[in-house]
Design a protein around this ligand. Structure first.
Ligand code: S3P
Length: 430
């Protein structure tokens, strides 16, 4: 789908972004294995989460839509899932595949997980390796690629040091460990999003976090209590509007009810380092997660370095940070972000290629990129989404700051995480 985005000088208004994608996936999965009925409000009704929902239904779970973004899930406990009679399709969603592989590895039945052409190229060995150490039987195509074929087994617990700071990997192991009896210890090289830990604890699981260690305590038989959750707005979706508001010549934008969990909010720290004018108002706690309304004002940004421990806390925001860097005075360096190469697409390559098409000077490094701003971007050409929602939305925000606008091909992929992105953008452009 071709998407034309025209330049804009003023961004203002008040908006709400859809529910957090990571929390939505986890709400669906954990409520399915809880004992009784859970209620989810504010669920992200986007393709990635609908893939998880479809799979939980295929595994015999009753999920009922009560109203827009409101669902009840009749959880059947840790032993209540049933074998599906077909392959389970994760679509474009790495979170679905990695988390569900962990869950299904310990079930007493056979499952096959597959996904779209992008997901079938993403590394799954990172979960197959540790899950196999626990006794899981998982087959993949050569090089650890999906489809994954899983012959569910009784697993044993382990102590495992993650080779990469990945919340998907950590969550996959935690889900696989729920049916083991002894203690599981996961050691993180750097903090990554902790929604699984928060939700498991909230559902009554004995989990302890001690510095870089996540300890699932020994238990004769674990059980999850059903829960009610209100999913906060997704900071990774809000980031596109924060950037649009900061880069505009004028205007004030209020984004209501955004999750600001510090394992996710590295982007806000970068905005501050870049001199962005942003205020957090009305701080609250919702669904076990901190939230705030974010007030963004047009700003004169300066470049900065983004590297080290902050990377996993803003990993999905790096494409939009690279857009901000083009319009920021001075040098921005993004390092230690090699993980970007194995996201929905190689996000370093995608940004570099499309920026170069637009005449933007950018240096590609193995683990990131360097951009010196401020650069004037003429636009007036077509660019590509690389079948990656965050690349498409980043290019849309860049387009607002060009002289002639940009045409983005393959924009339908935006609906994997942010179905009403285009409507909201039109609403705030003044
Ligand atoms: C996610 C974790 C991150 C992130 C992805 C969602 C999650 O991936 O990029 O969009 O919900 O756990 P990694 O854990 O592979 O870094």
């Amino acid at each position: 789908m071709v998407y034309q985005v025209n330049p804009a000088k003023k961004i203002s208004g008040e908006i709400k972004v859809p529910g957090d994608k990571s929390i939505s996936h986890r709400s669906l999965i954990l409520s399915s294995i809880a004992e009784g009925e859970s209620e989810i409000e504010g669920l992200l009704e986007a393709e990635d989460c609908l893939s998880t929902m479809g799979i939980m239904r295929d595994l015999g779970i009753e999920i009922e839509k009560k109203a827009k973004e409101r669902y009840t899930v009749k959880g059947k406990g840790l032993d209540g899932l049933e074998e599906a009679d077909d392959v389970l399709d994760c679509g474009n969603s790495g979170t679905s595949m990695r988390l569900l592989a962990g869950l299904l590895a310990s079930q007493d039945f056979y499952s096959v997980l597959t996904g779209d052409h992008s997901l079938r190229k993403r590394p799954m060995q990172r979960i197959i390796g540790p899950l196999s150490k626990m006794g899981a039987e998982i087959w993949s195509r050569r090089n650890g690629l999906a489809p994954l074929s899983i012959n569910g087994q009784e697993l044993s617990s382990m102590e495992y040091k993650l080779p990469v700071a990945s919340a998907q990997l950590k969550s996959s192991i935690l889900l696989a460990s729920l049916k083991t009896k002894s203690e599981t210890v996961i050691i993180e090289p750097a903090v990554s999003r902790d929604h699984t830990e928060r939700m498991l604890k909230g559902a009554g699981i004995d989990l302890e976090i001690k510095a870089d260690r996540i300890i699932l305590k020994e238990a004769a038989k674990r059980k999850l209590n059903p829960f009610k959750i209100k999913v906060p707005g997704d900071i990774s979706s809000a980031a596109f509007f924060i950037a649009a508001g900061l880069l505009a010549e004028s205007g004030e934008l209020l984004i209501k009810n955004v999750g600001i969990n510090e394992t996710r909010s590295g982007f806000l720290e970068v905005v501050e380092a870049m001199n962005g004018n942003l205020e957090l108002l009305n701080r609250k706690e919702q669904g076990g997660e901190p939230t705030a309304d974010i007030l963004v004002k047009a700003s004169k940004l300066k470049g900065c370095e983004v590297s080290g421990e902050i990377i996993p806390r803003l990993i999905d925001e790096i494409p939009i940070i690279s857009v901000m860097a083009v319009m920021a005075e001075g040098k921005t360096i993004i390092k230690d972000a090699e993980e970007l190469r194995v996201k929905e697409t190689d996000r370093i390559k995608a940004v570099v290629n499309e920026f170069e098409k637009l005449g933007i000077e950018i240096k590609e490094n193995k683990d990131g990129m360097e951009i010196i701003g401020i650069q004037t971007v003429e636009g007036g050409i077509e660019v590509d989404s690389y079948h990656d929602h965050r690349i498409a939305m980043s290019l849309a925000v860049l387009a607002l700051n060009t002289e002639k606008g940009i045409t983005i091909n393959g924009s339908e992929i935006i609906s994997t995480s942010f179905p009403n992105f285009k409507e909201l953008l039109l609403e705030v452009v003044k």
